[in-house]
Write a protein that binds this ligand. Structure first.
Ligand SMILES: *Cc1c(COP(=O)(O)O)cnc(C)c1O
Ligand SMILES: [Zn+2]
Length: 410
């Protein structure tokens, strides 16, 4: 009757019981959840999902959690028909999946953390931890606070001020490490081995990463149980991108939608593009890079799921593109002025790359395209300093208003 059969090594196939472990002891490959899709198929239906909670937990039948207790309002974010941006790019059916308004910390990370910490509670952990590029720390800190768990978050010391404050406010122990994310992650792996904590993206990673599938489930449901032709998503570790793919494939597997999974287009920042480079050079392994980009939330130089992301790009008929810091800022501004959505640098990367693909003639004008906006612009305001028009300063005088504002703008 159980929907989850166990864990399995993605490389050598060795099977493991459901435990807070993430690497194969024989080949060091990553572990992933094995589901019993026959069993799930018997229990799942569109009607049941539609009657479920207005959160990602409406898809609990396809998640590795039996009893959700953390992050009960995460997910179920808007899917917006982007008429204005679509017009600008020559796309008649462009949609924005807007996780910049996810609950409670305004990024897609609230999905993965809801799943990770619900599972951590089932395992009996009392302490949550993570290695983060910023958004994950915000989300783990918030969810740990509401779940009554102790919390340690590890971040690179040069993060955006608002991302640091956005963790500190929830009162976890924030450890700012001198180094980049890859240094933070290496240290965190050592710490995870010694302390019995639920490190959401280390020992709980197989469960954590499954939360991203809900980005596929929601989009399909919001399109009237249809799969889009193409999606565009950012890549950091490559987890989100590969799990969106897995999510659409699962919907087909359990018979909730028909058709084929979407073409997967991916976005990286030029200053940190190891997955793009592997794909371009025809490699199935990643050459780690040293990140140097304003898109800090996706600046992972040694991406854990990089090789799998390369595979997904090829298998889906997709591709990965890059954007410079300048193009990322233009992407943020373009989405804001066409759709009224303020995204952070990761979203700017996605929009910049979407635009590049559109200009390269990669889309049919009528195909259904979904761009995933994964984080909120209020967290990375500093990148826009000096890049926007200034306010017009006037005295509280009608004459001055007419002179300096009306006359100048007509
Ligand atoms: C973490 C993050 C991503 C992607 O993360 P993966 O490691 O590839 O799953 C994308 N956008 C934002 C805003 C993020 O915080
Ligand atoms: Zn193995």
């Amino acid at each position: 009757m159980a929907k989850v059969k166990g864990l399995k090594c993605k490389e050598c196939g060795t099977e493991y019981p459901v435990e807070p472990i993430h690497v194969c002891e024989f080949c060091f490959g990553p572990l992933e959840i094995v589901y019993d899709y026959q069993e799930i198929k018997k229990n799942i239906s569109k009607e049941k999902i539609e009657k479920g909670p207005k959160s990602l937990w409406r898809y609990v039948d396809l998640l590795p959690v039996d009893n959700p207790t953390v992050g009960l309002s995460a997910g179920f974010t808007p899917l917006i028909k982007a008429e204005n941006l679509g017009k600008a790019l020559g796309l008649n059916n462009l949609y924005i999946k807007d996780d910049s308004v996810n609950h409670p910390t305004l990024s897609f990370k609230d999905r993965v953390v809801a799943v990770a910490l619900s599972k951590a509670k089932e395992f009996g952990f009392d302490t949550a931890a993570c290695a983060s590029t910023g958004n994950l720390a915000n989300s783990v800190a918030a969810h740990a606070a509401s779940a009554g768990m102790k919390c340690y978050v590890f971040i690179p010391s040069n993060l955006e001020t608002n991302k640091i404050i956005g963790s500190l406010v929830f009162n976890p122990v924030v450890v700012a490490v001198d180094g980049n994310y890859d240094d933070v992650n290496r240290l965190s792996s050592e710490i995870a081995n010694e302390f019995g904590w639920a490190f959401v993206n280390i020992n709980v990673r197989p469960f954590y990463s499954e939360g991203s599938k809900t980005l596929a489930f929601e989009v399909a449901e919001q399109l009237g149980w249809k799969i889009p032709d193409t999606v565009v998503a950012p890549l950091a570790s490559g987890s989100l991108y590969t799990k969106i793919w897995k999510g659409f494939n699962e919907l087909i597997e359990v018979g909730l939608v028909e058709g084929k999974p979407p073409r997967m287009l991916g976005a990286q920042a030029e200053g940190c593009s190891p997955i793009y480079q592997a794909l371009k050079e025809g490699r199935d392994f990643i050459k780690p890079v040293k990140p140097n980009t304003i898109a800090k939330s996706i600046a992972i130089g040694n991406p854990a799921d990089g090789p799998y992301a390369v595979k997904v790009a090829k298998e889906s008929g997709g591709d990965i593109q890059i954007a410079t810091d300048q193009e990322i800022i233009e992407g943020i501004k373009l989405l804001a002025k066409t759709e009224g959505i303020f995204t952070e640098t990761a979203g700017g990367t996605t929009i910049a790359v979407l635009k590049k693909f559109a200009e390269a003639g990669v889309f049919d004008k009528d195909e259904v395209v979904v761009a995933y906006i994964t984080g909120n612009g209020y967290k990375t305001m500093e990148v826009l300093e000096g890049k926007l028009e200034k306010p017009i300063h006037i005295k509280p005088s009608l004459v001055e208003f007419k002179e300096k504002v009306i006359n100048k703008n007509q």
